[in-house]
Structure formats: structure tokens, C-alpha cells
Ligand binder design. Sequence first.
Ligand code: ZN
Ligand code: ZN
Length: 288
Amino acid sequence: MAERAALASLVVALLVLGLKGLAYLLTSSLALLSDALESTVNVAAALLALLAIRFAQRPPDATHPFGHTKAEYFSAVLEGVLVVLAALLIAREALPRLLHPTPLGDLGPGLGLALLASGLNGLLAYVLLREGRRLRSPALTADGYHVLSDVLTSLGVLLGVGLAGLTRLWVLDPLLALLVAGHILLLGLRLVRQSVGGLMDEGLSPEEVARIQAVIARELQGKALEVHDLRTRKAGHRAFLEFHLVVPGTMPVAEAHRLCDRLERTLEEAFPGLAVTIHVEPESERKA
Ligand code: ZN
Ligand code: ZN
């Protein structure tokens, strides 16, 4: 499903790129050109996400015993960098125009095409963000935010070009393009931050950890003495959990093992994609 969403975004990105390129040719507006330029980045990003998702799905092997799910973060980081680059490129196009505004020709048909492209993109962003959240895929979510930033750019550019056409105030065009560039710059930076967090073995959120602890407490109820050194880390749509389980030293190994197996199964059912490792200890290792 993740792969199908990435493939769909590639097709839409190509379509949107064509429409925007045409819109630029019709109006010769620099703002529309930089908007089309951002769509070029979209096509590259969609391709990257597709490759990353395909790679992340590979099962664990001898050289990567924990799987390949972190591959998604690389695509998300790269995509964030591309978004930042697009913002800078728009700024580079718009700044000279800010100082020397130039009048544009007939805007109607070009703006119509650009609006159609934005509608398509908006639909795609909605689908990507929904699927990304459902499948817990950073690559898809990154792609969704990117497309959303593209829609915002386009609307800002459309508004600027349209208003400039109506008022003959041609400086509005580069001004609005710059504002939108600043906005997508922030989106890109946030994307990079999130993905770097994943690459740096960021733990699950405090809310998720609290839910995990609640499941453990409910499952143990008087069978174990203590749980400590609980650690989590994320790897794309997978997550890893480990902790120490203190049981009475006289408990037979077979019984402790049964307890762990049941605990692992319950946790992995409650949190799809979670891999659990438990270290069993006697009461002499108690910490509290
Ligand atoms: Zn311990
Ligand atoms: Zn076992």
C-alpha cells in the first residue's frame, strides 16, 4: 500500500509538473516558473520515496539483522533538504523582481491551469498524509507534507499573480512568492529535524511509553516484582522495546520464560511493528 501511494504521487507529480510548465509558458510569470520548479523537486522526491519504501520492506538479513526500515529516514531527510533548496530557489527568482517589477501578459488561461494542478496536488497531499499516518511511514508522511507545502506555494503564487494582474501592482507577485518560500522553508526544516530524530534512535513518545507500561503492569499483576531499564527506539514503521524483568529468584526458568513469551506476545499484538526483548533477573537486582 505504501508503495502504491508513492507510485500514485509520482504520477500526479509528473502531471502537475506538466500543467505548471504549461502555465508558465502561457504567462511568462517568474513566480509560476518557480512554482513549476518546486514540482520538479516533487517528482524527484516521489521517486526517492518509492525507492526508500521498496528498500525498507526487505526482510532482515545477515548484515542487517534488525531489518531495513530506517531507509525511509534517508528519503525523508533528502526530501527535507530538497524542500529547503526549492525555497531558496524561489527566493533567488523573486528577489530581483522585487527591485525591478516587470508587467505580465494575459494571465487567465495560465492561472486556470495552475489552479487545476493545485487541486490535483491537494487531493494527493490529503491521501498521502492519511496513509502515512495509518501505515506509520515517515517517507509517506514526508511526501505528504511536501505536496502540502507545494499546494500552499502554488496558492500563494496564484494569489500574487492574480492580484498583481488585477491591480497592476507587479511587485505583489515576487513579494507573495517570497512569503510562501519562507513558509515552505520552515516545513522543510521540520521534516529534516523529525527524520534526524529517527536516525538518532529517538524513543517512542511519552504517551506511547505510558501505554506500554500500562500493558506490562496489567499483564504482570503479582507475577513479577519489578520492571526497570525500559528503553524504546523507532526505526521507520517498526519500533524496538527492551526492559529488565525482576522475578523471585526461586521461580523456575521454564515459568519465567512462559511469563516473558506471554508478555512479548501481548505487547506485540497491542503495538503492531513492535519487537520486544526481555532480560530476566532475580530480586537481588531490584532497583526500587
Ligand atoms: Zn536490571
Ligand atoms: Zn523464548
